[in-house]
Write a protein that binds this ligand. Sequence first.
Ligand SMILES: Cc1ncc(COP(=O)(O)O)c(C=O)c1O
Length: 474
Amino acid sequence: MDSDTVIAADPLGILAEANARASETLALASRHLDPSLVDVLGILGFDKEYVSAEGSYLYDRDGRAYLDFHTGEGFASLGHNHPSVRETLEATLAAGLVDGVQIHYSVLAGMLAAALCERLPGALEAVFFTSAGAEAVDAAMKFARAATGRPRLLSCQSGFHGVTLGPLSLVGDDFFKEGFGPLLPGCASVPFGDLDALERELSGNDVAAFIVEPIQGRTVTLPPEGYLASAQELCRRHGTLFVLDEIQTGLGRTGRWFALERWGLEPDFVLVGKALSGGYMPTAAMVTTRDIFQRAVGALERCYVHQSTYGRNRLSMAAGLAVIRVIERDQLLVNAARVGRQLREGLLELQSRHDIIKEIRAEGLIIGIELGAPKSRVARVNWRLIHLASEGLFPQLVVIPLHRDHGVITMAAGKNDVIKLLPPLTLSSEEAAGFLAALGAVLAECEGAGAKNWAVVRDIATATLRRRSRHAAT
Ligand SMILES: Cc1ncc(COP(=O)(O)O)c(C=O)c1O
C-alpha cells in the first residue's frame, strides 16, 4: 500500500493502521520478530520499505521499481499479485463455501489433487495436502516408515528439505542443525551423485526412503547424467521408497511441470510446494501411490492418525488450481524454457568475459551463478579476507550493487559462493535482457580490487572479523 492507496473495504481499520504505521515496519520487526535478520538487512542495504508488488517487480515508497529475480525462493512463481489468482481467491471467498470442517471433503481439494496427479507419472494418485513444504516432507517421512515398517531415512549431503525437526534431520548442511539436536534417529546422508555410497547405505535393506531433490536447490547443483534413474533402480532393488522433493523444482520452474520428466523418473513420492501457493496461500502437497498411502494409514481406525488443520483449506485449494490453469493458459512452461535459455546463453557470454564467474548451472528458470577466485593478486587478497570472515559473504560483491545501483533482487544461497536466480515464470525477454545488462555492468565494476563494490564487502568482512575477535576476548 502506498499512502495514496484508497482502501475501499477495511471494516476493522487494519489496512488503514498498517498504512499509517508503515515507517515503524523495521522497528516492529526488531522488537517482536527477528532483530538479527533486521540487522543483516541493514548491513546489506536491503532494508527497503517495499510498499507494493506486481508481476516481476516490487516497488518502494519512492516509487522505485525492483526486478525480482528471487520471488521469495519461488513462492511468487507466477509473479507478484497475479490478477487471475487474486480473482479466483476473491470469488472463492465470496462463494461462502464450507471450510475447516474435518469431517468434510471439499470438491476443490479433490479437483486440485486430480490436477496434480494428471501431471505426474501414472501410479502417483494419492495426495495429502499441507500448509508448508516442510510439512509435506514430514508426511513423506512418516508414510514411508509406516508403509515399509523400516526405521531409516536417507538423504543427500548439501540437500535442503525444510527446517522443522523432521525435515531438518535430512538437511545436509550442519550450519542449519547446530544447537537443535538431537535430531531424528535413523537419518543419514550420502553425497549427491554418489551411487556407490547410496548402495552401501541401502544394502542393509532397512531404509524406508531415500529423499532427494532432483536439482539441489541451495546451490543449483544438477545431478550427474543417469544418477537419478540409477538411484531409483537401486531403491527398487532394496525395497526403499524413492522420494523426489520437487518443492522448488515443481510446477514449471525447470520448463516442465516437474523436473522428473527430464529423466523419465517414476518415484514413489513427489513433494510439491512454493509455486503451488500462487504467491498468496500457504499450500503444499505430498503425492504418492494409492498402495503406499493405504499401507501407511489405510485402515479405518487409522484415518485420523495423520492430519493437518489448514491442509486443504478452500483458499489454498483454489490458489493451487488457479496456478495450474494460469501455467497452462499462458503457456508458461514454454516461456520458462525459452527465457531460461536466453538467460543461460547471456550468462555464459558474461562468463567468457569475467573470470570471477566460475560456473553457470541452469535448468529452465532455476539458475546458479557460482563465483570463483579472481585472477588479480590484490583482488585475491580481498577474496581471502572475505572468505575468512564469512563463508557465503563473497557473492554479496555482486548481489549488493545489483540491488543498490540497478534495482535487481537476487540472493546469495547460503554458505557457498553461489548467486541463485529464481525469476518468475512469467518473465519477459525484455526483463531478462535488462537483468543481463545490469549484471554485466556490475561485473565490469568489480574488475580491479579498488572498485567500490569490493570496498563495501571488504568493510563488512572487516567488521565481522572485529566482532568475532571482540567476542573471543570476552
Ligand atoms: C527443496 C525444498 N524442500 C523443502 C522446503 C521447505 O519448504 P517450506 O519452507 O515451505 O517449509 C524448501 C524450502 O526452501 C525446499 O527448497
